[in-house]
Design a protein around this ligand. Structure first.
Ligand SMILES: NC(=O)c1ccc[n+]([C@@H]2O[C@H](COP(=O)([O-])OP(=O)(O)OC[C@H]3O[C@@H](n4cnc5c(N)ncnc54)[C@H](O)[C@@H]3O)[C@@H](O)[C@H]2O)c1
Length: 343
């Protein structure tokens, strides 16, 4: 016969013990401030910025502050997102406006402020206008969140990450450009479509600068562990590589008044999530190179580990001759762009 009362007492005591143990281990492992929700600021509440906020809140990832020169529209976008929170079941806070005071002590700041390109334009044509916007924005961010990690999105990406790095004077680990996750997502989705397989099983990445010279690295691409080169003809592969390189322009020509934002913002939030949750994902990002791949002093797309410290490791891969030649060309392009800046 069971003694119900005794069983209940033992179960309650065991539960209490588990909770106490968990709490004390947790308190030992994290500081007091880590017990609060993390804070993400997104500067630029346009298509990319507002959609970043949408993804972050839908994932209940962190509190979000949207900042833009347009105060009312930004307050409106934040209010709209907040009103979605009961439906999404998301208790994260979201506010918006033009006042950088709102951004105080952010853990991560994403910069999407700046012009997007129009049909027929290259990303490089945005250089001088967006450089002055990114400079002004970075100065404000540093003032209010001197310990944050910066994720730069504005184009031309590798040059804008350079501007943010120079202006912020942050250590190189805390300034990261987003392009590779997006370019790789395009590459992977086109491969999955061609082979009629799940996107989840396609692994591959794009390195180099975020432009027509980007480098989809075919030799490291696999589907369920099978090298891609065993599954697709050279002709098909080349077509997918070309479509990936022109992925941004294809979107601009279809959208007509701006550039892509859903896949870009999902890519940003994948990076932010890895940082805020210290997931240590290995992702293709634009990182400041200090000798890796023979490059010093420029932001170039490479594979890196992203965690709570920002870029925690850069992986230097052995590339085959053709990919290395493309990488060199891509780096030259980044250098030429940066040489036009006065930083
Ligand atoms: N890195 C990538 O892979 C990638 C992908 C997509 C877009 N982008 C780039 O991201 C940027 C934003 O694209 P979008 O589609 O959201 O453009 P958008 O025009 O919809 O939004 C840009 C926003 O920036 C704001 N802004 C301008 N100057 C500002 C300032 N000084 N301070 C604060 N806000 C300011 C504008 O008011 C606008 O709301 C563009 O430069 C685009 O090229 C990059």
């Amino acid at each position: 016969m069971h003694d119900e009362g005794l069983i209940f007492k033992i179960a309650t005591a065991a539960k209490q013990l588990r909770n106490d143990k968990r709490k004390s281990v947790y308190n030992l492992a994290v500081g007091e401030s880590d017990l609060m929700r993390k804070k993400l600021t997104i500067v630029g509440s346009g298509f990319v910025g507002a959609t970043c906020a949408h993804w972050a809140l839908a994932k209940e990832l962190c509190d979000v502050v949207l900042i833009d020169i347009d105060n009312d529209i930004t307050r409106g976008k934040a209010l709209d997102l907040f009103q979605a929170s009961p439906v999404l079941g998301s208790d994260c806070k979201v506010v918006g406006g033009s006042d950088y005071d709102l951004t105080k002590n952010s853990d991560v700041v994403v910069i999407t402020a700046g012009l997007p390109r129009k049909p027929g334009m290259s990303r490089d044509e945005l250089l001088s206008k967006n450089a002055s916007i990114v400079k002004a924005v970075t100065e404000q961010i540093v003032k209010y969140s001197p310990k944050c990690i910066l994720v730069v999105v504005s184009n031309p990406l590798d040059a804008m990450a350079y501007v943010a790095y120079k202006v912020s004077r942050f250590p190189k680990e805390r300034v990261i450009g987003m392009a590779g996750v997006l370019d790789s997502a395009r590459f992977r989705s086109f491969i999955a479509q061609e082979l009629d397989v799940s996107v989840e099983d396609v692994h591959g990445f794009v390195l180099g600068g975020h432009g027509d010279t980007m480098v989809p690295v075919v030799e490291y691409c696999s589907v369920g562990g099978i090298p891609l080169t065993q599954l697709l003809s050279t002709e098909k592969l080349n077509a997918i590589v070309d479509r990936t390189r022109n992925g941004g322009a294809e979107m601009v020509s279809l959208l007509k008044t701006g550039s892509a934002y859903t896949a870009p913002s999902a890519s940003v939030i994948a990076m932010v999530e890895s940082i805020l949750k210290d997931k240590k994902r290995v992702l293709p990002v634009a990182a400041y190179l200090d000798g890796e791949y023979g490059v010093k002093g420029y932001f170039v797309g490479v594979l890196a580990k992203l965690g709570s410290a920002g870029i925690e490791k850069i992986y230097e891969l052995k590339l085959q001759k053709e990919a290395q030649a493309h990488m060199d060309k891509s780096v030259d392009h980044v250098k030429a762009l940066v040489s036009q800046l006065s930083f």
